[in-house]
Design a protein around this ligand. Structure first.
Ligand code: KG4
Ligand code: ZN
Length: 343
């Protein structure tokens, strides 16, 4: 089967062509980072206008790079949520148009399912069941993945997502948007033990996360630090980045491992934009090695938003005979447990 996957859930316009649910023939991503950088975050109105400009050329490029004509497509998979409504609408209506005119089967995909399955795009694949941690700019969630389409939520953030915390701290430090990679680079030359920022524990048994207290603590620290030359001589920007990152990693690693232990699962899958973070990967590799567990994650290209993971999730749905009703709409909120067929 040859599937075209389209994702316009946030600020990337992406289209990919996937064969047999395994081989990525193309994965084109048009990033809007430059557009939103100066605002310190994604401006929804600008994002949807940019998607409108980019969607046709991005899909054309994905097909031509794959060497696949529209007539050879067995299906189109498009993200229908969660995400920014104006952005999602562009992808969905473009996909609906293509599917209708060309009479190609169409399926709507939950963006989170795409992230959860993204590690299956790699040669060394995780076996089911596994526990997945999706950490991105919009989500921080733990799932017990029992099989394809079977996702049991175990924990999620009660306020900010981990990537959002990176982006906000970067904004306060005047580093622009997005913040993850910049903070990670700064942290490399910082001392992660200089300041102890809070690690929120909701309750001893909870697998939920909270990053807003950490963000506030870092922000208050930076405000005082900005006003004191003495403090600036003592603590560098790099130290702040390293200590913030250490607090995020501590919490993510602790809950991720606890989740796997709770359901007695040996395979852990890390996904989403924050999964690009090498310090997070290294910590998890150490912790899983020590417990005889297996850690899987996709390459960075498949961690951040991409059409390939949507094509993959759509592949299985189309294979199962699912089809989207052309009257169906996008959903800004779309919890994974509401996916059709999820248990
Ligand atoms: O998955 P993604 O592309 O989009 C969403 O669905 O949100 O994730 C983007 C997020 C941003 O918040 C960005 O700062 C974060 O992922 N990110 C990182 C790194 N690279 C991207 N966070 C930490 N370390 C990184 N290296
Ligand atoms: Zn995403």
């Amino acid at each position: 089967m040859i599937i075209l996957g389209i994702d316009t859930s946030c600020d990337d316009t992406s289209a990919a062509v996937l064969t047999d649910g395994r081989t990525v023939l193309s994965n084109i991503i048009n990033s809007q980072i430059k557009l939103h950088h100066v605002y310190g975050g994604v401006v929804p109105e600008l994002a949807s206008r940019e998607h409108i400009r980019n969607i046709a050329p991005v899909v054309d490029e994905a097909l031509s790079k794959a060497g696949i004509g529209m007539d050879r497509l067995d299906g189109i998979a498009v993200t229908i949520g969660p995400g920014l409504i104006g952005s999602l609408l562009v992808g969905l209506y473009y996909a609906k148009g293509l599917a209708m005119v060309r009479k190609i089967p169409l399926v709507g995909v939950n963006h989170l399912e795409g992230h959860v399955l993204s590690a299956l795009l790699e040669d060394t694949q995780p076996d089911f069941p596994f526990v997945a941690l999706t950490v991105s700019g919009g989500h921080t969630s733990l799932y017990h993945v029992k099989g394809l389409g079977q996702y049991v939520p175990m924990g999620q953030t009660l306020d900010d997502a981990a990537g959002e915390a990176y982006d906000k701290v970067a904004k306060i430090l005047g580093l622009g948007y997005p913040g993850g990679a910049v903070i990670e680079a700064l942290a490399l030359s910082g001392d992660k033990n200089k300041i102890h920022f809070p690690r929120a524990q909701i309750s001893p048994d909870s697998l939920d996360f909270s990053f807003s207290g950490l963000k506030t603590a870092v922000s208050m620290f930076i405000n005082k630090w900005n006003e004191s030359e003495e403090k600036q001589a003592e603590v560098t920007k790099e130290d702040i980045a390293a200590c913030f990152q250490e607090a995020v990693i501590d919490v993510l690693a602790q809950k991720f491992l606890k989740a796997a232990e709770r359901v007695n699962v040996n395979t852990l899958v890390l996904a989403g934009g924050v999964a690009c973070n090498k310090a997070l990967r290294q910590r998890l590799a150490l912790e899983t090695d020590a417990r005889g567990m297996r850690l899987c994650y996709p390459r960075p290209f498949y961690c951040t938003d991409n059409g390939a993971m949507i094509a993959l999730a759509g592949h299985y749905r189309i294979q199962r005979g699912e089809r989207m009703d052309l009257a169906d709409d996008v959903r800004s909120r779309y919890p994974i447990e509401e996916i059709m067929g999820s248990r």
